[in-house]
Design a protein around this ligand. Structure first.
Ligand code: AP5
Ligand code: MG
Ligand code: ZN
Length: 218
């Protein structure tokens, strides 16, 4: 049986952090629309140029663009054992588009995990985040420092960067935009009996224990 998952949560909730553990243990591809946009932006592709206008300011990329890249990605062979969508869907239009894709591809969703965090905690998480240039591993200056200061735990790299949209102005917009969309999406998946809520205000390890418990019970 394949494991077809959605990881939901507001910006900074810990989607990317938990995704690293999930894909490691369950061996399914991590499909993060945010990562896909950032890669396109750094490669200066047509998609990247279009996405950049939205992502830099913290706004959502238009649905038809986002739906298009997910549709192509889900059709790839490596999604046979399953997939982990991170940061998609984010609007009801995207949720409907995804429902159509999963039906066409015969890959029904197994579960939607919502990492629930009080928005008050999120600004700190985003503005304190830093990322390894070489491998993309995510750290935090207070909550998740590399074991050896200045050295990535995963790849040993020494260079780190901050995301363009982790600057305070963009963070404000991201939280506003995403909070508005979050409640209807949660209801959408609750109504379809797919939703699992996890308290994301706990430590990274505690959140992972809960997520893993849910996934191993499916
Ligand atoms: P995306 O890259 O998805 O950004 P986001 O949703 O804003 O989420 P983040 O990646 O910032 O947060 P995260 O939940 O992954 O948190 P993380 O694990 O890093 O999207 C970026 C942009 O792309 C969007 O704004 C939009 O423009 C566009 N886009 C993407 N998808 C789209 C879509 N579907 N439709 C339209 N546009 C789209 O953790 C954050 C920090 O907290 C880290 O420093 C981490 O170390 C720390 N941390 C994590 N967990 C904990 C914990 N439990 N306790 C303490 N610290 C923690
Ligand atoms: Mg992320
Ligand atoms: Zn690294």
């Amino acid at each position: 049986m394949s494991l077809n998952l959605i990881l939901m949560g507001l910006p900074g909730a810990g989607k990317g952090t938990q995704a690293q553990y999930i894909v490691d243990k369950y061996q399914i591809p991590h499909i993060s629309t945010g990562d896909m946009f950032r890669e396109a932006i750094s490669n200066e592709t047509a998609l990247g140029l279009k996405a950049k206008e939205y992502t830099d300011k913290g706004n959502l990329v238009p649905d038809e663009v986002t739906n298009g890249i997910v549709k192509e990605r889900l059709a790839e062979d490596d999604t046979k054992p399953g997939f982990l969508l991170d940061g998609y869907p984010r609007t009801l239009e995207q949720a409907d588009a995804l429902a159509q894709m999963t039906e066409d591809l015969n890959k029904p969703l197994s579960a939607v995990i919502n990492i629930d965090v009080d928005p008050k905690l999120l600004t700190d998480r985003l503005t304190g985040r830093f990322i390894c240039k070489k491998c993309g591993a995510t750290y935090h200056k207070l909550y998740h420092m590399p074991k050896v200061p200045g050295t990535c735990d995963v790849c040993g790299g020494h260079e780190f960067y901050q995301r363009e949209d982790d600057k305070p102005e963009a963070v404000k917009t991201r939280l506003k935009v995403n909070i508005k969309m979050n409640t209807p999406l949660i209801s959408y998946y609750k109504d379809r009996n797919l939703l699992f809520n996890v308290d994301g205000s706990q430590s990274i390890d505690e959140v992972w224990q809960k997520v893993d418990q849910i996934l191993s019970s499916l």
